[in-house]
Design a protein around this ligand. Structure first.
Ligand SMILES: C[S@@+](CC[C@H](N)C(=O)[O-])C[C@H]1O[C@@H](n2cnc3c(N)ncnc32)[C@H](O)[C@@H]1O
Length: 320
């Protein structure tokens, strides 16, 4: 089992455009609604109040318009307002993963198809992936309100409309079944799984994080998930349970995907994930570490294809 490590753990991916400090003046030029939230911190630098969900939402809108040309983006009240820099990192490391099987070249364009499991109302992974690399995305979610909100964003932006489709998962315990067409191929699947195992576990963890935020921890790059509608953030079995179900289901579409991947936020869950991958006899398994603000995150990637099948795949599907 290979463990890919970053040279500098606290830095975002080299291609991540959010590596530099936020230039708030430039961002407010692109999105004037950010301006009223900009203030000076104790060192005289411009910042916003990262504990204020409206300020974080305005920052996200500014980042999405400035870096990704997304002219309209919104989420319903209480839904997950993601940290854009961290989400972008996962996409760039996925591009590297594909490049490793493509003579170092990142495959770009509409031939590359990705499935974002649990895309949420924010639809941020498909937005970043389609704008950075031209990939096509299907975003799935069990929450129909989230799917409707994501679809409103996609339909409002002509650059997204051609590349992103949304599908509702009607069976809450299913991951791929009901979403993945009989002959459908995906080059990648990605997922930021529901993390907590119950609503009460989520409430106590959030309380702890908010206390930390008020004391100034990890506020600068917006590493916390602001908002977050309860069912977005928890499921039976928590993160480990969700990923285990995904691994089990991946077996049924094993020849229709190049790399399956999922974030694993809690390091302690890796052992369970590796055990599940052993059970299904995945041919290749990689763990890729990423820096997300102050903490290290990671995703696990698995495939049922061997290198010969991967060569066949890229010649057939990526070179058209
Ligand atoms: C932690 S949120 C991630 C949202 C978004 N991708 C992000 O990173 O901000 C997890 C998402 O998974 C969705 N979800 C839960 N069970 C699911 C399932 N079986 N299939 C698809 N989505 C599911 C939730 O509704 C929620 O939107």
């Amino acid at each position: 089992m290979k463990m890919a490590k970053n040279d500098n753990k606290l830095k975002l991916h080299p291609r991540n455009p959010h590596r530099a400090r936020y230039n708030f003046a430039l961002l407010a030029d692109s999105c004037p609604e950010l301006a009223p939230f900009i203030k000076q911190n104790q060192y005289g630098s411009e910042t916003i109040d990262f504990a204020n969900p409206n300020a974080v939402k305005a920052l996200n809108r500014a980042l999405l318009v400035h870096f990704y040309g997304v002219l309209f983006w919104d989420i319903p009240d209480g839904y997950l307002c993601p940290s854009i820099p961290g989400r972008a990192d996962y996409i760039h490391y996925l591009a590297d993963l594909l490049a490793q099987s493509n003579e170092g070249q990142i495959p770009r364009g509409r031939n590359i198809r990705a499935l974002d499991v649990g895309t949420g109302a924010n639809c941020v992974y498909p937005i970043i992936g389609s704008q950075e690399y031209g990939w096509q995305f299907v975003g799935s979610d069990v929450n129909s309100v989230a799917i409707e909100a994501a679809n409103t964003v996609v339909q409002a932006n002509s650059s997204l409309k051609k590349r992103i489709k949304l599908r509702t998962q009607t069976e809450s315990s299913a991951i791929f079944s009901g979403i993945w067409g009989a002959d459908e191929r995906f080059d990648l699947t990605l997922c930021n799984p529901p993390f907590h195992s119950s609503e009460s576990a989520m409430a106590s963890e959030n309380k702890r994080k908010w206390r930390g935020l008020k004391q100034g921890d990890s506020a600068d790059k917006g590493t916390l998930n602001f908002g977050g509608h309860a069912p977005e953030l928890w499921c039976d079995g928590g993160e480990a349970g969700f990923i285990t179900r995904m691994i089990e289901e991946s077996l049924s579409v094993k020849d229709q995907c190049f790399w399956f991947t999922s974030l694993v936020a809690r390091k302690d869950n890796l052992a369970t994930v590796y055990q599940a991958l052993k059970q299904v006899q995945a041919t290749q398994v990689k763990t890729v570490e990423m820096a997300q603000g102050q903490k290290i995150s990671r995703f696990v990637a698995w495939s049922f294809l061997d290198t010969e099948q991967m060569d066949f795949w890229r010649h057939n599907f990526w070179r058209k």
